[in-house]
Design a protein around this ligand. Structure first.
Ligand code: TMP
Length: 206
């Protein structure tokens, strides 16, 4: 879908270390005079943040989870992402639809065809222009999470779940390598940043 702005999503299993790099890329882009909108999923609007609370903290089946995530995504696209892209801003989004394929599809084993239908209804062809995938073995991510924070409903799940999530991301990567940059997130923070900067410069949008 053509629009003057650029849409960048950040993906990876919990504990892959993407959050601090989102802020760093925002600083990098603003230094080049870009308007930057930093947002996240689930969430990004008042309604979608309320849905996020339900998704992260209330037990539910995988279809309900998928419907809530896509309901929030619809509102987020309409209220925030599309207007920002239309005025030429760069949108940096902490997770987007690849996370639904990875977590609901891969982790929970939910039907990818149903997800594809919801994706088509909700996104009307909108996809990120670039997806930075922070790839990390599930065991390494688990060690980092244990050191860092109290877990939400997903973060309490076992290693096998996160291995399936990682495989879910790998399938998305294999299906659309042009959109993705796969980052070795096991490296030290500075080395990961260098990979991000290289991926951004390669696109030559800014
Ligand atoms: P966060 O901690 O990175 O903000 O992500 C919140 C959790 O939500 C994370 O464990 C991944 C999960 N999630 C899904 O299960 N499906 C989705 O579509 C998205 C965007 C996130």
């Amino acid at each position: 879908m053509a629009s003057p702005g650029r849409f960048v999503s950040f993906e990876g299993i919990d504990g892959a270390g993407k959050s601090s790099h989102i802020d760093a890329l925002a600083v990098w882009l603003r230094a080049r005079d870009h308007e930057v909108v930093v947002t996240r999923e689930p969430g990004g609007t008042e309604l979608a943040e309320r849905l996020r609370e339900l998704v992260l903290h209330s037990p539910m089946d995988a279809l309900t989870e998928s419907l809530l995530v896509f309901a929030g995504r619809r509102d987020h696209l309409q209220q925030r992402i599309e207007p920002a892209l239309a005025r030429g801003a760069t949108v940096l989004c902490d997770r987007f639809t690849d996370a639904t394929y990875a977590y609901q599809g891969g982790g929970r084993g939910f039907d990818a065809q149903v997800l594809a239908t919801l994706e088509a209804w909700v996104q009307q062809g909108r996809q990120p222009d670039l997806t930075l995938w922070f790839d990390l073995p599930a065991a390494t991510a688990a060690e980092r999470r244990a050191a860092a924070r109290a877990p939400d409903r997903f973060e309490r799940l076992d290693l096998a779940f996160f291995e399936r999530v990682r495989e879910g991301y790998a399938r998305r990567f294999d299906a659309d390598r042009r959109r993705f940059a796969r980052l070795d997130a096991a490296q030290p923070r500075d080395a990961v940043w260098q990979q991000i900067e290289a991926a951004a410069l390669e696109r030559a949008w800014w």
